[in-house]
Design a protein around this ligand. Structure first.
Ligand SMILES: [Zn+2]
Length: 243
């Protein structure tokens, strides 16, 4: 018998009332079969919904594989979704957790990061939490960003842009018109902020949605082109990019 805290990432219907569930734990990804959880009367149903932190009791099946014996809901991330933008951000985070977990070596840190997102207070918009979560994941995936000074010379005071592909902030002396595009102070500060902030600091930033969407767009491209992770849920943000 295995007793473990886990965050539910996928829950796929099997037969009529069963589900195949994957969850993130401090040791990495875990899959198990959950009998009867798609039945309304199931006492375990609430513990295996996507975005739930649950205490799970698992046993080894006769033919191998893990089976759910019982599950207790501790906290539900989806309980704080208020609108379409929250919903899109939630889906993005869960998909990144699923796709990043294989590639991230520090399993415990990956779990902790998602746990911090789940446990964060709701003083800030979810999309800011998502940006912080992505930034931490980018670091965990090995693409360490330098955000305490210029990537070339360490200068802290004359930062004019940043480049994900080049690994962080860039000062005016190392700025190149052909390679980079200059950003506003607010854009640079947001970039720096999401890499340095903890989830509970999210409320400290309060910018127009377009700033968040712009950074999200860049993060998504970077994850796809440089890390090899394609986040399909990004398409849920499409309606917000039109205006
Ligand atoms: Zn420099």
């Amino acid at each position: 018998m295995l007793e473990i805290d886990a965050i539910i990432l996928t829950n796929i219907l099997q037969k009529e009332k069963d589900a195949m569930v994957s969850a993130l734990t401090k040791d990495g990804l875990l899959s198990f079969y959950a009998r009867g959880v798609k039945d309304n009367k199931s006492k375990n149903a609430a513990a295996v919904n996507i975005g739930v932190l649950a205490k799970l009791e698992l046993s080894e099946g006769r033919q191998g594989g893990l089976h759910l014996k019982s599950g207790t809901l501790i906290k539900n991330l989806s309980a704080r979704l208020n609108n379409l933008l929250d919903y899109a951000s939630f889906n993005y985070a869960i998909e990144l957790a699923m796709k990043g977990s294989e590639a991230i070596e520090d399993k415990e840190k990956a779990y902790e990061d998602l746990l911090n997102l789940l446990k964060a207070d709701d003083k800030a918009s979810f999309i800011v939490h998502l940006l912080i979560y992505i930034a931490h994941n980018i670091n965990l995936l090995g693409a360490k960003m330098k955000v305490d000074g210029c990537i070339k010379c360490g200068d802290k005071h004359h930062i004019v842009t940043y480049s994900l592909d080049d690994g962080g902030l860039i000062c005016d002396k190392h700025f190149d018109n052909f390679l980079f595009k200059k950003y506003e102070k607010d854009e640079i500060n947001l970039f720096r902020f999401v890499f340095m902030a903890k989830q509970d600091d999210a409320y400290r930033v309060d910018l127009d949605l377009s700033y968040y969407l712009n950074l999200l767009d860049q993060f998504t491209r970077f994850l796809n082109d440089s890390v090899g992770i394609n986040i399909k849920s990004f398409s849920l943000f499409k309606p917000f990019y039109k205006n």
